[in-house]
Design a protein around this ligand. Structure first.
Ligand code: NAP
Ligand code: HSE
Length: 428
């Protein structure tokens, strides 16, 4: 039997304590499966005195995560502190410099510094793994890097922020306003310390940027992503979309096009009957399409102690077994820089407007759309007690620049009572 695989765990919050509990509870099973005992040498967090609900008595303590990362009695540094810079980055760099493999759940760190960290690790024949960083307990990194390795990936998409999906689901099912649903998510402890990471689409964008890199063999390019959060989604749009047979989701989509790498994280309409449309609450879903495999749908808990620890253990077990896959599925130095696509691929759009109910108002709207080459597929005008007529238009496939031109021109018709709302309808 090989000598134990010795871990250092930096961060004893939700995920860190979850990992310790799993190792304490399932140690024998992990050893039987990997052929190697997994032990914890030392741990670190900010406060040594906090009761964390796990027995830490057998582990050495380090106040400084960088010192923890360099310890002689450690093979794998497990970074579970969070943050794109600061101690997480410093300790990860120190671990690699000291010749340790690294496992992290930190999407922000990898979305911003993944390329340099992966190159540094691979230069030393070390691995840097991050299953837990994307979609919590869903084994999407392993699926992409291993299970689907023989496929040309054509599209990766999904709902990767449970908090946003929870808020949107509560708005739809309970009729809450965005503010009410946000407050509820806050009360349940779902929001990140900086809630803008969730509702601004940044957290989900970090995750999509990592998946894109693996799927298309490109350098992680978070800056090249088109990001839009859910803050502007109204209960009215959710109801109107439902009326047309759609749900609104914060959807991430990545695909390689002739115009460059398209990466979008934005509220989109998806058919209510599709797997993505049926995804409720804080659950995540990732959909991958490959040239030979077709479409794969993975669904599961995107956050929380157990699911996230489960993903961290997947990486640890791989290292214990001697499985050493490159961070982004191929050597980091072979990843290509892909220019971001200048515009999203053509799509149907949902356009909601409030018009003054006067003769010729609709004709003016139709003219602007027609002048920009946008064809109307469906249109609906709802009952209204006064002059403000709610109108919905679903377009045929339209180029994004044409839609932008049309949206800019619509207010000049003089028949709009408020700015138009346009949402992409994603072909899923
Ligand atoms: P958390 O509950 O806030 O825990 C963070 C831990 O890091 C705490 O134990 C904290 O110490 C420690 N820490 C923070 N700064 C430190 C420093 N300078 N030195 C030493 N320790 C420090 O966070 P979490 O939810 O477990 O998340 C950890 C990582 O997993 C993050 O990257 C997060 O994005 C990722 N992740 C989390 C989830 C989830 O469901 N929670 C899901 C997927 C990925 P104290 O306890 O003493 O304050
Ligand atoms: N804030 C994230 C979410 C946690 O809501 O999905 C998991 O990354």
């Amino acid at each position: 039997m090989e000598r134990p695989l010795r871990l250092a765990i930096a961060g004893l919050g939700t995920v860190g304590t979850g990992v310790i509990k799993m190792i304490q509870n399932n140690g024998a099973l992990i050893e039987a499966r990997t052929g190697r005992k997994v032990t914890i040498s030392a741990v670190s967090a900010r406060s040594r005195d906090k009761d964390r609900g796990v027995n830490l008595a057998k582990y050495a303590w380090e106040d400084d995560p960088v010192a923890l990362a360099k310890r002689e009695d450690v093979d794998v540094f497990v970074e579970l502190m969070g943050g794109s810079d600061g101690p997480a980055k410093a300790a990860t760099e120190a671990a690699i410099a000291a010749g340790k493999d690294v496992v992290t759940a930190n999407k922000a760190l990898l979305a911003l510094h993944g390329q340099e960290l992966a190159e540094a690790a691979e230069d030393k024949n070390l691995v840097l793994r991050f299953e837990a960083a994307v979609a919590g307990g869903i084994p999407i990194i392993k699926s992409l890097t291993e299970g689907l390795a023989g496929n040309q990936i054509t599209r990766v998409m999904g709902v990767m922020n449970g908090t946003c999906n929870y808020i949107l689901t509560r708005m739809e099912n309970a009729g809450l306003t965005y503010e009410e649903a946000f407050a509820e998510a806050d009360g349940l402890g779902y929001l990140e310390a900086d809630p803008q990471l969730d509702v601004g689409g940044i957290d989900a964008g970090h995750k999509l940027a990592l998946l894109s890199s693996i799927a298309f063999g490109t350098k992680v390019d978070f800056d090249g992503m088109r990001l839009e959060g859910i803050g502007a989604v109204t209960i009215e749009d959710i109801k109107r979309a439902a009326d047309l047979g759609f749900k609104i989701k914060l959807l991430g989509v990545a695909r390689m096009t002739g115009r460059g790498l398209e990466q979008r994280m934005s509220p989109c309409l998806v058919p209510a009957s599709s797997p993505l449309g049926q995804l409720e609450g804080g659950t995540n879903m990732v959909v991958v399409e490959g040239d030979h495999v077709g479409q794969i749908v993975l669904r599961g808990a995107g956050a929380g102690e157990g699911p996230t620890a489960s993903a961290v253990l997947s990486d640890i077990c791989d290292i214990a077994r001697g499985i050493r896959v490159a961070t982004f599925g191929q050597p980091a130095k072979t990843l290509k820089a892909a220019p971001p696509a200048s515009a999203a691929s053509a799509a149907c759009y949902y356009i909601r407007m409030t018009l003054t109910d006067k003769p010729g108002a609709l004709a003016k709207i139709a003219t602007v759309l027609g002048d920009n080459g946008i064809s109307i597929d469906r249109m609906r005008q709802y009952d209204h007690p006064d002059e403000a007529a709610p109108v919905l238009i679903v377009t045929h496939k339209a180029a994004q620049p044409a839609l932008q031109e049309a949206l800019a021109a619509l207010p000049q018709t003089g028949v709009l009572m408020s700015p138009p709302v346009a949402l992409r309808i994603e072909d899923v």
